[in-house]
Design a protein around this ligand. Structure first.
Ligand SMILES: Cc1cc2nc3c(=O)[nH]c(=O)nc-3n(C[C@H](O)[C@H](O)[C@H](O)COP(=O)(O)OP(=O)(O)OC[C@H]3O[C@@H](n4cnc5c(N)ncnc54)[C@H](O)[C@@H]3O)c2cc1C
Length: 350
């Protein structure tokens, strides 16, 4: 376990917001976590890709550096894989794809760690991590014990889980177990992805005398490649323009409100949800409110991605929050719809 005092926050968050934290504890096991003083303010931190610090952090950041991945069980068609919290998410996806394990390829190139993936139930291109989680292992800061939550108890929903709800600030995720398929399970329900996969030509034949395994050259690799291509063309590089991906969630409204909005704004995308309500596109609302590509001081909305708030250089967390508030106010004034941040704005009330 490594403990550092009075550390700089800049390298620890993808918004590139400056500041300091009282302490950083880098841990490898639940036994090490048991030695941390959780009576003081604390929070778990992964890669810092979904957090926005608005002040210095006067507490302890606990960050996993446990990076094991192992197969824990398999049948002819399925495989269970356990990955520790500190594993880089995309390294985990690459590991699975290399072995021909289906289930996480649509989630390629989402920045972050395995430990953070269940927190907001990361999702992209018609897939969510909750679809393949079997269990989440946690350290409970209240009892000092470890507990394993089966998927059914994780409360996965759209960008939400029990870890963002009743368990927030009470557990640290130490590892996640995934149930994957050895049989092809292409998920191409997103038209953009299906089109891109169709365009990717088969890889060139290996040099004479060499062979490739089917896993190395198949559809699985192509899907991962297509997702990575689409993402790199759409999202700003955090090393150039600090950001946290989508700043806002797609708002959920009642079916009645969805119907009225669709009537009034025929171009507005309104999708039915499974629960009898309607889902709107936050990106569309922000763009229609005239914010795409606009900036105020050192903060702006990316010119290609209306959902992405960017730090144009040197912005503070407070400036970013203030900017987001202006966008929220305009969208509310124009459409009567509330935008809720997807990003964890810190400090949060316990
Ligand atoms: C360019 C870009 C693109 C993105 N695209 C997507 C996308 O397509 N889909 C998507 O869903 N998200 C996306 N995101 C958001 C982000 O990648 C995910 O939320 C990711 O899971 C964050 O991982 P992290 O390790 O950086 O978590 P952090 O930002 O460090 O933490 C996020 C939250 O999880 C908590 N947490 C972290 N680790 C643990 C742990 N071990 N135990 C308990 N709590 C923990 C933190 O306290 C915090 O509340 C994007 C972000 C960026 C910057």
């Amino acid at each position: 376990m490594k403990i550092s005092e009075n550390i700089s926050l800049g390298p620890l968050n993808s918004f590139g917001v400056d500041g300091r934290a009282r302490r950083l504890v880098e841990w490898e096991s639940a036994a090490e976590l048991a030695r941390v003083d959780f009576s003081e303010p604390w929070m778990a931190l992964g890669g810092g890709n979904n957090v926005l610090f608005t002040t210095d952090y006067d507490g302890t950041l606990v960050k996993s550096v446990a990076r094991g991945i192992a197969v824990t069980g398999e049948t002819a068609e399925t495989v269970r894989v356990r990955a520790e919290a500190g594993v880089d998410w995309d390294d985990f996806v690459a590991w699975c794809v290399e072995r021909g394990f289906w289930g996480v390829e649509n989630l390629s190139a989402i920045p972050g760690t395995v430990g953070a993936a269940p927190i907001q139930n990361i999702g992209a291109y018609g897939a969510e991590v909750g679809d393949v989680v079997v269990a989440v292992e946690c350290f409970c800061v209240e009892t000092g014990g470890v507990l394993t939550l089966a998927r059914e108890h994780c409360g996965f929903g759209y960008r939400s889980s029990v870890f963002k709800g009743v368990l927030r600030g009470r557990v640290v995720v130490t590892a996640v177990e995934f149930g994957l398929s050895k049989e092809p399970r292409p998920n191409l329900k997103y038209a953009v992805l299906a089109e891109r996969v169709a365009k990717i030509s088969s890889p060139p034949a290996p040099p004479a005398g060499e062979t490739t395994t089917p896993q190395e050259s198949g559809l699985l690799v192509q899907i991962r490649g297509a997702v990575m291509e689409i993402r790199s063309g759409k999202l700003p590089d955090v090393r150039v323009l600090g950001n946290a991906g989508s700043f806002f969630k797609n708002p959920a409204v009642s079916a009645e409100m969805g119907r009225l909005l669709a009537e009034r704004y025929p171009a507005m995308p309104v999708y039915p949800t499974g629960e009898g309500g309607s889902k709107l596109s936050a990106g569309w609302l922000i763009e229609a409110a005239g914010w795409r590509g606009r900036s105020v001081g050192r903060v702006g909305i990316h010119r290609d991605q209306a959902l992405v708030v960017v730090n144009l250089g040197g912005a503070t967390g407070e400036e970013i929050v203030e900017f987001a508030r202006r966008v929220q106010d305009d969208v509310r004034a124009k459409f009567g719809v509330d935008l809720e941040p997807e990003v964890n704005v810190l400090p949060q009330a316990r």
